[in-house]
Structure formats: C-alpha cells, structure tokens
Design a protein around this ligand. Sequence first.
Ligand code: ADP
Length: 321
Amino acid sequence: MSDVMRISASNAAAEEAFARPGIELEGKRLSEVLRDFPLHAAFEKAIKDRQTSEVRVEIVGGERRIYDVMVSPLGLSEKYAAIGVFYEVTRVERLERVRQEFLSNISHELRTPLTSILAFVETLEEGAIEDEENSRRFLGVIKKNAQRMHVLIDDISELSSIEAGNVEVKIGKVDARKMAVELIASLSALAVGHSVDLSTDIAENTFIEADSLRFQQMLSNLVENAIKFNRRGGSVKISCSVESDQYVVSVSDTGEGISNEHAHRIFERFYRIDKARSREVGGTGLGLAIVKHLARLHGGEVSVSSKPGSGSTFSVFLPKH
Ligand code: ADP
C-alpha cells in the first residue's frame, strides 16, 4: 500500500524511546520514525483489514533494543486508525539467548565424552573384548570420559546453585598461610605430573575474612589452572597481602600467559582459549566462572593480569568487614 501512515498520538514513553530530543512524534510519518517492514505491514493490516497482529521489532543504531509490538485497529468509528503497544523485551531476549547458549554448550560438552564412551563400548562388543591388552586400554578411556562427565555435572550443579542464590557464605577468620600450605600438599601429585613447583610466601599468622570452604574452592581452582596451563619446569606461587580496606590473595604462574583479547572473557562460562588443550588437561571451562561468582558472593572480585609468554597472576580481592 502506498498511503502514508502518520503518527497521530503517542505517550511519553514512546516519545522517550523513539523521538529525537526536541522533536515530537506527532505528525511524523511512521516510516520516518521506525524503518521496519513487518511493523508497517502490521499497521496496514490493522487499518485496512481491521486485524490485530503481533510483531517483534529490533531497533539498531545506538543501543540495540527489542520490542514486542501488539498492533490493533482503533475503534470502529475511526476507520483509518490503529494503535501499536510496544513492550520492551531487550533484557528478556538477552537472558533467553544466554540460557540457550548455555544449554547448547552443556549438550555439546556432555555429548563429546558420551560419544567416545559409546564408540569404545561398541568396539568392545564387536570383539575387542577378547583382546585383553586392548580391552583394558579401552576400559581406561571409557572411565576417563565418564569421570569427565562427572566433573562437568558437578561443576554445572555448583554453578547453578550459586546462581540460584542457594549458596551462602559464612564469613569467618581464615588462616591464609595454613590454607595455602594444605592446598599445596593436596595438589602436589598434579604438580609433579606437570613438573611444576608450588610455593607460598604468605607469612605466619596472616588472617583474612572469608568463608573457609568457599575460599579454599576459589584458591584450588586458581592453583589447579596455574599448574595445568604452566610449562614443564615452571612454578606457581600463592601470595596474600592485607591492605587497609581489603585482602588480596594472588596466584602467579610462569605459564603461557593470556592476551588482552581473552583476558576479559575467560571468566565467562565455557570460555576457553584453547578448547583442545583445556580438554586434554581435564578442564570443564567452568572453573573461573565459579571463582568469579564465589568472589562476588563475598562482596569481592577476581581479576587477572598477564604477560603473554611469561605468565599470569590471578588475584582475588575480598573486602574487610
Ligand atoms: P578450564 O576448565 O578450561 O580450566 P576455566 O574456567 O578454569 O576452565 O578457565 C578458562 C580458560 O582460561 C582455560 O581454558 C584457559 O584457556 C584459560 N586459563 C585459565 N587459567 C589460566 C592460566 N593460569 N594461564 C593461562 N590460561 C589460563
């Protein structure tokens, strides 16, 4: 249709959303204000056919905004009018996209080990079971993949409990040196396996305020990464400084480092710089997301500074109470 559709009335919210400062919407052509073909078609349908319809409109240029618009014919007497009610759904749409991405990541991450388990079970069924040496090796692969799925499911449920607000932090006094020393002992086998040296320079009687279990979990995730992404013969050091308003606990490594491009993304769920490497060292891609959430639950933050090629330092900042 070639008839021009003009805006005859609008409320304050519409003015704010669509009008340029100082210019009213009233009297403007619809196409001048919103260039969106489906929206125009919906208004035409309402005016000409007296039919209500709903369209999704995306406004680009500046901040991206998305609206669900219900367009209906206006009254019976005003034959050539229609009203469009705009519901902004930008945030809902973003959340929905994040949720879908998360689900598709989870399915992908679970499918990879599962495919491998099924393939090895089938090979065994097809006769490999008779060959003792191979069947033991295949069982080993099946077990490794099943364990991978286990760790992944543990991390997913941990993350979803934190996000659902079901994890409470109980702040108490934590002996930072004692915790670092205990962690070094419990991760010594992993460190030896990667030929990495673990140490701490935290002084005796350095106390911080944190939830002991959750703090241990954060530190353990950071030290495990520092070992796994290190070089052979490299080292990891755990430090702690008590500042006037906060505690800073740092884990430094001599690994490959992280470039700026990746540094701000590695705390996202499932973000990995090198997927194959992360899988090979047994990562789920959720460790740092868990650390970030736990640090925030403490009212703190986590950050990374790195020199690509020579190592990274992850620091957890916890407020003093
Ligand atoms: P993953 O299970 O893969 O370790 P994380 O969430 O713990 O998942 O880490 C995400 C990614 O960040 C890792 O895959 C790796 O690419 C990078 N990364 C984490 N820690 C380090 C580190 N100390 N040195 C270099 N890269 C790291």
